[in-house]
Design a protein around this ligand. Structure first.
Ligand SMILES: *[C@@H]1O[C@H](CO)[C@@H](O)[C@H](O)[C@H]1NC(C)=O
Ligand SMILES: *[C@@H]1O[C@H](CO)[C@@H](O)[C@H](O)[C@H]1NC(C)=O
Length: 312
């Protein structure tokens, strides 16, 4: 039973979290760049403005505008703008990049992955609740502002939705502090929380996040010692426990062979005893002793294994 539960946990922790597909989009200067994920959300890997080959975006251009193929400038704004969205479209001139090679006709070359994450939007003054059930939230991207003229635009005059270059500078940090590591988290799209990055424009809060399995920790205590479990943040949740012996390599120092060969020894009260002493507390001490668990295998030198996580 203990083994079953433990291997299930390991499976969960090792399971791939991200579904990834790689995409590349090239857009000549002045056209519309459109990044899109059929499933999942955009994560920009590289976004370059310039020219690194002679044939791309060369039709109708004089040789002087295409001969410099050693021109590239990284554009971080594209990942800020598009990460965490399933579709991201913008006229390349809104990016307003500095010119890395005057006189050369340039293009935007963006490569991105589509990853499995969730997205939420709260219109101005509204609320979003991020919910990972039994797992924990990991924020991927967040912006309070406006990067799209359709989202949260119902019944608004166009003057309040045309600025799509609006970012509150610390949204990502502020949202990550509030939500990372929690199971649920409610956020309000309000300038009182994120400050107002574009007065006169109607803003919204867009957040994308992953749900990750809770980090699981294992504590091993030899018979006669005390197991001490502590949570830096949150409270203890006990996943599995056994007092006994399930291998011949743990807690063997100075022990004769006959005390360490049995490896199918389980105290049936292990999970209950540990849970009673620890669950919901910020720290607890459990003696690895027969007094607590009674003796599941006389003459064998035992140890207490506890698998736990800290729940915020
Ligand atoms: C676009 O960028 C990728 C990654 O940096 C690079 O491998 C590729 O050659 C570039 N394509 C063009 C046409 O510049
Ligand atoms: C490309 O430009 C860089 C820096 O501007 C320079 O160091 C490098 O030598 C150039 N390479 C070629 C092939 O012109």
């Amino acid at each position: 039973m203990f083994f079953l539960k433990l291997s299930l946990l390991i499976l969960l922790v090792a399971a791939p979290v991200l579904l990834v597909t790689a995409e590349n989009v090239i857009t000549c200067y002045g056209s519309v760049q459109r990044l899109r994920c059929e499933t999942g959300l955009i994560r920009v890997k590289s976004a370059i403005y310039g020219r690194t080959d002679g044939s791309t975006c060369s039709i109708g251009r004089p040789p002087s505008q295409i001969q410099n193929i050693n021109c590239s400038l990284k554009i971080p704004l594209i990942s800020k703008r598009c990460d965490g969205r399933s579709m991201c479209e913008f006229k390349t001139d809104v990016i307003n990049s500095p010119d890395p090679c005057f006189g050369t006709f340039k293009y935007y070359n963006t490569t991105y992955d589509c990853i499995q994450a969730r997205a939420t939007v709260a219109c101005e003054d509204g609320y979003s609740t991020l919910d990972c059930g039994n797992d924990v939230i990991q924020i991927f991207n967040a912006n309070y502002g406006r990067t799209d003229n359709k989202i949260c635009s119902e019944e608004l005059p166009s003057s309040q939705t045309t600025n799509t270059n609006c970012y509150a500078p610390d949204t990502l940090t502020s949202v990550a502090i509030r939500c990372n590591g929690k199971s649920r988290c409610t956020l309000q799209a309000s300038y009182t929380i994120f400050t107002d990055p574009c007065f006169g424009t109607s803003k919204y809060l867009a957040v994308s996040y992953f749900c990750l399995p809770r980090p699981v920790q294992t504590s091993v205590t030899c018979e006669g010692d005390n197991a001490v479990l502590t949570c830096g943040e949150g409270v203890l949740k006990i996943q599995a426990a056994n007092y006994g012996r399930t291998d011949s390599t743990t807690c063997i120092a100075g022990r004769p062979v006959n005390q360490i060969t049995k490896n199918d020894c389980y105290a049936t009260s292990s999970l209950t005893e540990v849970t009673n002493r620890c669950e919901g507390k910020t720290s607890c001490t459990v003696p690895a002793s027969n007094d607590v668990f009674s003796d599941p295998c006389v003459y064998t030198y035992k140890y207490l294994t506890i698998v736990y996580s800290c729940v915020v």
